[in-house]
Ligand binder design. Sequence first.
Ligand SMILES: [Zn+2]
Length: 242
Amino acid sequence: MEFLIILFIISILYVIFLPQIKGYFGERVVATMLSGLPIDQYKILNNIMLRTEYGTTQIDHIVVSVYGIFVIETKNYKGWITGNEYADQWTKNMYGKKYRFRNPLKQNYAHVKALVATLDIPEDKFIPIVVFSINSDIKVKTSKPVVYTGQLGRTIKSYSDIKFTEHELDGIVTKIRLANVTNKDAKKEHVNQIRTKVRDNNLKIAQGVCPKCGGRLVQRRGRYGVFTGCSNYPKCRYTNNK
Ligand SMILES: [Zn+2]
């Protein structure tokens, strides 16, 4: 009897969380596919949450490369998928039953806009891609890439126009990591870096060294009393009121 009750509870939980479970595995499959891309050329970020003016937005995968920033939305749906670029909703048709869902191209475009705002990088450097699982049959008319999981790597590699220099990539990745709401460690690290910098500067000032240029600090008398300035003035305009 107890066993049946437990089984019943598990079944109920399974049904309730099925969309999340499916979504999780769908994302894992894509994350595994992406990890097959050359690691020195493509930097992969999974499950990023950004703050926007409307709250937060969750992005399944971001791939940062010199060929652009790929923004990937995954849909782990079964059945026929119909819709077009401009429709607000698309339809999945399974065993004669129709379900409507938000146009994933529009959903992904919102992700691009959040990244444009976060990174201050123009929209044309982003490449949004929508990925459906192989269990679905895509019947969608669109000029933007809507592909199956198995085509994702090839689709990404088909972009070969250079949009960033190699040394810009680390900065972009770091910025996304720091903006990621769920990544508390990265935020802590960022705060620590600032603290260390402040401590270093205070130490330099205490030793009479300019924190800006490394020159010698000197006492000066100004209109508002005595202040500390840099001996390299006017080349260096560092001052403090200590
Ligand atoms: Zn100075």
